[in-house]
Design a protein. Structure first.
Length: 140
């Protein structure tokens, strides 16, 4: 009688990524959204498209697809490189996602942020001495 040793592979130790996975889970796993619920809500709101088609949260994503995600003023362009089994660390994100977003998109958000800081309510009068110091500190 021959004995055969059973080989058990732990699924969490398997380095190979899955071939396809849910869109909302992928967006959460590659740290585009902080929670999976936020990713699901963005998909349902129509802020996420795959290959220029509106995508539902349960749609499968595969390597090579292009995903557009609207986050505030920024339209992020992402290419799926792989599908991780679970959420990955920030240093590992590049193995699963290629960020093709042009720098102009991030500049739009930065300009808007500065404009919000500079905006004053109508009728609030002139800036106080403290407000002036804060503005001077902001712009050097």
């Amino acid at each position: 009688m021959t004995t055969r040793a059973a080989v058990f592979v732990f699924p969490f130790l398997n380095p190979e990524p899955a071939a396809a996975g849910r869109l909302d889970k992928w967006l959460w796993a590659v740290r585009i959204f902080k929670t999976r619920a936020l990713a699901t809500d963005a998909c349902r709101a129509g802020s996420v498209t795959i290959n220029e088609l509106a995508a539902k949260p349960a749609r499968d994503v595969r390597p090579g697809e292009t995903i557009l995600v609207r986050q505030g003023l920024v339209l992020r362009t992402l290419r799926v490189v792989g599908v991780p089994r679970s959420r990955v660390g920030p240093k590992v994100v590049a193995q699963y996602c290629a960020d093709l977003t042009p720098p102009e998109e991030f500049a739009k958000a930065k300009v808007q942020k500065v404009q919000q800081i500079l905006a004053r309510e109508k009728g609030s009068g002139r800036p106080t001495k403290r407000d002036r110091r804060l503005l001077d500190g902001l712009f050097g």
